[in-house]
Design a protein around this ligand. Structure first.
Ligand SMILES: Nc1ncnc2c1ncn2[C@@H]1O[C@H](COP(=O)(O)OP(=O)(O)O)[C@@H](O)[C@H]1O
Ligand SMILES: [Mg+2]
Length: 305
């Protein structure tokens, strides 16, 4: 591992039970670098991120983060090292207020730093500042994605892994989201970005990887891939072009859905890591078990249905 490398994945194999999904993936993210991870549906992008963040075991190969081998390390410890994944979908407790949720995410940091961290999150996401006392359940899909990003930002990750952050968002909201991602990158946060909007991802990234059926089929400068019109148009990935996709999303965004229908009850396993770390901290302070606190919150969600 060279000193410029923050994350190094070598010959990674992973899957689900007996089903093999990744067949020897090699991937590097340098300190402060933005790297796009692209590929058709089912190529193994999410599986790659899950394995790196320790949510899935590696069957073979190695993962090195910030100079330490992390394959086999529990996901919580990897998160504490500064490697944060924002999962597809945005599972969080809808009955909690925006500020409550952020405080929860921040509660594993020193008390003295919490105020500054919250202010930093609110300045990156003014939209959230205006909605401090609103419940998360009352936010739109885009606002919830901002919320998920802001939680991750609180803990100042070294590497942020984003799994299709623009999924289901209207184009305008998508623009805002990418502005924030760009701002994070400018602050020096390294980003591994899985994205369906290939054009946008390549604009932001310095380098890109394309996964095909669990193997890296391209790696190189993002500009090189961006110059390949047929690739960006999406035929290669089996996607429609961005204009068609955005039009479809815009149409969808006009349909107002009741919140209860779109938000399913969060299961304990779905609780994002930074929230879980916060709950553990809170539990220690109150002298109760973290599982009881989580169960209490989940029960409250079910009750509010
Ligand atoms: N929980 C799971 N159990 C079994 N197979 C899964 C699971 N999640 C994903 N897969 C399979 O693994 C393959 C890769 O999926 P995934 O990593 O989600 O792809 P991508 O994120 O690139 O769309 C697909 O064939 C998918 O069906
Ligand atoms: Mg995926």
């Amino acid at each position: 591992m060279s000193w410029t490398e923050l994350l190094r994945v070598d010959a990674l194999e992973a899957g689900y039970g007996n089903i093999a999904v990744l067949f020897g993936v090699d991937l590097v993210v340098d300190h402060g670098e933005v790297v796009a991870l692209l590929g058709a549906n089912g190529a193994g992008k999410t599986t790659t991120l899950r394995t790196i963040s320790g949510l899935l075991p590696a069957k073979a190969g190695t993962i090195t983060f910030d100079g330490r081998r992390v394959d086999g390390t529990p996901a919580e410890r990897i998160a504490r090292m500064g490697l944060i994944q924002i999962p597809e979908g945005r599972g969080v407790f809808p009955s909690l207020q925006v500020e409550e949720t952020l405080r929860l995410a921040a509660s594993s940091m020193p008390k003295a730093d919490v105020k500054a961290a919250l202010e930093r999150a609110y300045s990156l996401f003014p939209m959230l500042a205006e909605r401090r006392t609103q419940t998360v359940g009352s936010l739109s899909g885009g606002q919830r994605q901002m919320m998920a990003l802001s939680r991750a930002v609180l803990v100042k990750p070294k590497l942020l892994m984003l799994d299709e952050p623009s999924q289901g968002l209207a184009p305008v909201v998508c623009d805002e989201l990418f502005t924030v991602i760009r701002a994070l990158a400018a602050e020096g946060v390294a980003i591994l970005l899985v994205e369906q909007f290939v054009g946008r991802a390549l604009e932001l990234a310095q380098r890109a990887y394309v996964l095909t059926k669990g193997e890296v089929s391209f790696q190189g400068p993002a500009a090189e891939l961006a110059a390949d019109e047929s690739f960006v148009a999406g035929s290669y990935l089996g996607h429609v072009d961005e204009e068609t996709l955005q039009a479809a999303i815009a149409e969808e965004a006009q349909i107002e859905l009741p919140h209860v229908d779109v938000e399913r009850t969060p299961l304990v396993a779905d609780v994002p890591l930074e929230i879980r770390l916060g709950l553990e901290q809170l539990a220690r302070e109150r002298g109760v078990r973290a599982e009881d606190l989580i169960a209490e919150l989940v029960a409250r969600e079910v009750q509010e249905r």
